[in-house]
Design a binder for this molecule. Structure first.
Ligand SMILES: C[S@@+](CC[C@H](N)C(=O)[O-])C[C@H]1O[C@@H](n2cnc3c(N)ncnc32)[C@H](O)[C@@H]1O
Length: 289
């Protein structure tokens, strides 16, 4: 049954410029994401839909609910999910996964028999499971006694819940080759496939806001994979976050970013990999932290 009321059928007024600036500032302060003037209608529509669901007719009243109301934290968690772009795919940018593959294959000669991978801004889990499939394939070729784990983090609680479930519509899996599908997924229904427990148990999902990396317990990561997240941030903020991420990368580790997402950032501990089609860096083995 659909419950409607008279108010929910009325159109909300347009956000005026002051209201837009207020919402934009709140979003940037809490997530780092900037909303351009061109995306004003996206912000207005997303906020408006949530207001309708709750029965708010004033942007200001809802703003107060989200910022200072008794269930502000909970409401913010719901709203932020609507305001973030969560588009993602399995093996989204192939050249980046090729760099990871090369790195993993070279692990054969390393003393350390484990690999820790971090998917930063993992959305609904496709990136994290892609990394896990790749690690499983590469490391099983090396031989027994190798451990790998993927830590996958995002700000959106609902996206993380979907990721943990690991159930995907068959259309999302069309780009996977048959061998990967057969090895790492079980058919759950006519339309859906689920990640096999053996792979799921290698991936741990957690809520981490990249603006609060100082609170994140990750360290000594061998691979940090961060794509299609920083593009929504201001340039200075991208650099600050990247500098924090480098601190979490093990000496000799690999950091993979989205091509073109950072243009004028250099770090003394990092050296760009040879791939021109991916933006990836090795951390020098001599770095101390
Ligand atoms: C476009 S998706 C990218 C998903 C995946 N990395 C990929 O490239 O396919 C961006 C993700 O970043 C997340 N995100 C946005 N702001 C964030 C923040 N401050 N901290 C952590 N994650 C954030 C969003 O919730 C969303 O899931």
């Amino acid at each position: 049954m659909t419950v409607t009321n008279e108010w929910s059928l009325q159109a909300l007024p347009d956000m005026d410029q002051a209201q837009f600036e207020q919402w934009k500032a709140l979003l940037e302060e809490r997530t780092g994401m900037t909303i351009t003037e061109q995306r004003k209608s996206f912000l207005q529509t997303s906020v408006g839909i949530r207001m309708r669901e709750l029965g708010f007719s004033s942007y200001q009243a809802y703003y107060e609910e989200v910022s200072t109301g008794p269930s502000a934290a909970q409401e913010w968690a719901t709203l932020v999910d609507r305001l973030t772009v969560q588009e993602t795919r399995f093996f989204r940018h192939e050249p980046s996964f090729d760099v990871v593959k090369d790195f993993l294959i070279q692990r054969e000669n390393q003393e350390k028999k484990s690999v820790e991978i971090w998917s930063v801004g993992c959305s609904t889990g496709e990136e994290a499971y892609s990394l896990a499939m790749l690690a499983d394939q590469c490391l099983s070729k090396i031989g027994k006694g190798y451990y790998f784990g993927v830590t996958a983090t995002d700000i959106s609680v609902p996206a993380l819940a979907k990721a943990r479930q690991g159930i995907y519509h068959h259309r999302k899996l069309e780009t996977l080759d048959d061998q990967l599908l057969a090895t790492y997924f079980e058919q759950k229904s006519q339309q859906h496939y689920e990640v096999v427990p053996r792979l799921k148990e290698r991936v741990c999902f957690a809520r981490v806001n990249v603006l609060e990396l100082d609170k994140a317990p990750m360290h000594g990561m061998d691979i940090i994979f961060c794509q299609n997240l920083l593009i929504y941030f201001r340039r200075w903020r991208r650099k600050t976050i990247l500098n924090r991420l480098v601190e979490r990368l093990a000496p000799g580790g690999l950091m993979v970013l989205g091509l073109g997402e950072v243009v004028d950032w250099v770090h003394t501990d990092l050296q760009r990999t040879h791939s021109d089609s991916a933006l990836a860096f090795y951390r020098s083995k001599a770095s101390s932290k």
